[in-house]
Write a protein of this length. Structure first.
Length: 218
């Protein structure tokens, strides 16, 4: 084989191998570590999609989801969602993806009384992540649907914009918790990951911190 042809074939092989390695790494990273997600709608405003004081109703900020911290590998649990985490998950019994904040974890009780959320019989101070329009104005989907016992393997989630969020209160449906198969809880298998980093627009780049879920004497 001529030296030039041999060098060309080695060059092509090197490009192909490097390309395959890059593709495999990208697939592994997106599957197990990080993946992008675009937030749609106002359900997490003011935390996300608040532009110039208005809650965006269409496509808005791009975030990076951290997936590795919630993985279960061959029975080895790397981590689990915690209260205050903002998570992206697939709608139970559906195909859409939602972004909400975890309020209750397995074993918790969540109750909505006079516009406030009570966790394990203690009123929450949610002023860290709720604006003045929503703080103290959390309504149940119905008077009969205001108390929740979070089951094993389930998570109770709420949007930060309680006035415009289909979340655990309504079983993620505009019609509420009616019909066979409706559930107020998200499972770990349905959670894609934790919102970790806002990457677009550039002037809104920031790390998404876990909120501290605390009680109040108010």
């Amino acid at each position: 084989m001529k030296p030039r042809l041999r060098s060309f074939l080695l060059f092509v092989l090197d490009v192909v191998v490097n390309s395959l390695v890059i593709i495999i790494l990208v697939v592994l990273i997106r599957t197990f570590i990080f993946s992008p997600f675009q937030i749609h709608g106002p359900s997490m405003c003011d935390t996300f999609n608040n532009f110039d004081g208005s809650c965006l109703r269409g496509n808005g900020e791009y975030i990076m989801i951290y997936k590795f911290g919630y993985l279960n590998i061959l029975g080895w649990e790397i981590g689990a969602p915690e209260r205050g985490d903002v998570v992206v998950f697939q709608e139970p019994e559906g195909n859409d993806y939602y972004i909400k904040r975890i309020i209750g974890i397995p074993g918790d009780t969540v109750e909505i009384i006079d516009g406030y959320v009570y966790l394990n019989d203690e009123k929450l101070d949610e002023s860290e992540y709720l604006n003045e329009v929503n703080w103290g104005y959390t309504d149940p989907s119905s008077p009969e649907n205001s108390f929740f016992e979070v089951p094993e393997g389930g998570y109770f989630v709420l949007g930060d914009n309680r006035k415009a969020s289909s979340d655990s209160r309504r079983c993620f449906s505009a019609t509420g918790c009616i019909g066979a198969g409706s559930t107020a809880y998200v499972t770990l298998d349905e959670i894609a990951g934790r919102a970790w980093f806002v990457m677009w627009p550039l002037d809104r780049i920031r790390v998404v911190e876990r909120a501290e879920i605390i009680t109040t004497d108010l």
